[in-house]
Design a protein around this ligand. Structure first.
Ligand code: SDX
Length: 431
């Protein structure tokens, strides 16, 4: 637990209570209200948790004002440039960058767990062909608890580690098979001679009639997208995983819950919604119309890919993603992509508009990722499954951290009740 030296005093009427203030290694102090209800008989109220720290964590730190994102202390820009996804997975899971031997062993383990239990292929076939790949992923990941019984005991650290490795290793296969199933193509099995990102691209785009050999630049861009989405502190889907885990649910059920939450357009679904919005805008001359709608209080429309609960300056991931977008589109000879032109002009006009500056709305991680994925040949329905694939290591790292906390209790928030007070049943003939 972070150290406690200071206190905060809460006064209600003529009564006061001192509450411990915990000091972090980075970020704001927190007031420990764990005993508040017992002492003062009051709850705190914070729907959306805009001012609430739900846990202590050592994994990821974000400074929204400064646009800082650290994974175990390392800046996301350095990791995106110098590291690669599986090394970042090791860092998030174990807390330190691996030695060469540790990395080789970890990569060998992940590589040799990428296949699914063959009977799971039947599970995919139970879905309608037009199912959204996220619906398939939620179902298939939840069903892993019916296939991998030897890694569901959350009280056994070794089983927790095996489940973690299985999930990281198998998510690309699950996402690729969800895609192949919805386009009516046969499943492509993973290959151990390919790296993580290249394997995923090949499982998505290879067909029996013609193998797919990923271009190294595309594999690198794919790996970078995985890295940029790996973890992000206590976002909605991670908080969902933590809450599910607090009841003792098995790892596959917890990650399926995280996938379900990520699907929403305000969260991981924003990359799909952003590209669909850019397509709806269509041409640069229609941008002012959409910016006006985003500013109109009577119009529920929002600029997808803009804004963030924490980042009120810029999303450091978007900066890196924008560089990748330029590289990929130049390689593919689509740097005059009309969607990219609209994206770049929209960003320019929005950032010049006082409304967005006042509301501190900047492009987030989802703004450019969709453009890269579309250029690679993915349909928009695959954008969030790729986000889910990437975020699995973050969910699993936070899940592991929480289960290792001896003070873990089931999460059970209270409420501000404003419903009816006690009243008694009235017979229907008397109503
Ligand atoms: C992700 O939490 C994470 O870390 C998430 C994530 C991760 O890695 O896990 O970073 C991934 O989810 C990124 C965010 C993707 N979502 C979108 O791009 C959807 C569009 N963005 C918005 O829905 C919104 O910005 C949120 C949900 C992201 C954040 O909303 P907040 O912090 O709850 O802010 P808010 O809704 O209270 O908005 C504050 C003001 C409001 O105006 P007022 O009521 O104060 O007048 O800003 C306005 C909003 O109307 N606003 C926008 C806007 N986002 C907020 N106006 C126009 N367009 C937008 N996109």
């Amino acid at each position: 637990m972070a150290d406690t030296e200071k206190t905060a005093t809460l006064t209600i009427g003529d009564a006061s209570w001192d509450l411990p203030v915990l000091s972090p290694t980075e970020g704001p102090d927190v007031i420990d209200i764990g005993k508040l209800y017992g002492q003062a008989g009051v709850f705190t109220y914070d729907p959306g948790f805009t001012s609430t720290a739900a846990c202590e964590s050592k994994i990821t730190y974000i400074d929204g004002a400064e646009g800082i994102l650290l994974h175990r202390g390392y800046p996301i820009g350095e990791l995106a440039e110098k590291s690669h996804y599986l090394e970042v997975c090791y860092l998030l899971l174990y807390g330190e960058l691996p030695s060469a031997a540790q990395l080789e062993k970890f990569e060998h383990t992940i590589t040799h767990h990428t296949m699914l239990h063959e009977q799971m292929a039947n599970f995919f076939r139970g879905f309608r062909r037009d199912a959204h790949p996220m619906a398939v992923m939620v179902g298939v990941v939840g069903a892993m608890s019916a296939f991998y019984h030897d890694s569901t005991d959350i009280n056994d650290p070794r089983q927790r580690e095996i489940a973690s490795h299985r999930l990281i290793a198998k998510m690309p296969t699950i996402a690729a098979w969800a895609y192949k199933y919805t386009i009516g193509q046969p499943f492509v099995y993973p290959r151990n001679d390919l790296d993580y990102a290249a394997n995923f691209l090949r499982m998505c785009f290879s067909v029996p009639a013609e193998d797919y050999v990923p271009d190294p630049i595309l594999s690198r861009a794919m790996d970078r997208i995985f890295t940029l989405h790996a973890d992000h502190e206590q976002n909605a889907s991670t908080s969902t995983v933590r809450l599910a885990s607090s009841s003792g649910a098995n790892p596959f059920a917890c990650i399926a819950a995280g996938i379900a939450c990520l699907w929403g357009p305000a969260h991981g679904g924003a990359n799909q919604a952003c590209l669909e919005m850019l397509r709806e805008i269509g041409t640069v001359d229609r941008i002012p119309e959409f910016i006006a709608r985003a500013k109109d209080k009577n119009d529920p429309f929002r600029l997808m890919g803009f804004g963030h609960r924490v980042y009120k300056n810029f999303d450091p991931r978007a900066t890196v993603m924008k560089q990748s977008a330029d590289e990929v589109l130049e390689l593919l000879g689509v740097d005059n992509n009309p969607t990219l032109q609209v994206a770049k002009e929209l960003e320019k006009q929005a950032l010049a508009d006082p409304y967005f500056a006042e509301k501190k709305l900047f492009p987030n991680v989802d703004f450019y990722s969709g453009i890269i994925l579309e250029a690679m040949g993915f349909p928009t329905s695959m954008f969030t499954p790729i986000f889910a694939l990437s975020r699995t290591v973050g969910w699993i790292s936070q899940w592991t951290e929480q289960l290792s906390d001896p003070a873990l209790k089931i999460g059970r928030p209270r409420q501000l009740y404003t419903g009816e007070t006690l009243r008694h049943y009235v017979e229907v003939e008397d109503r």
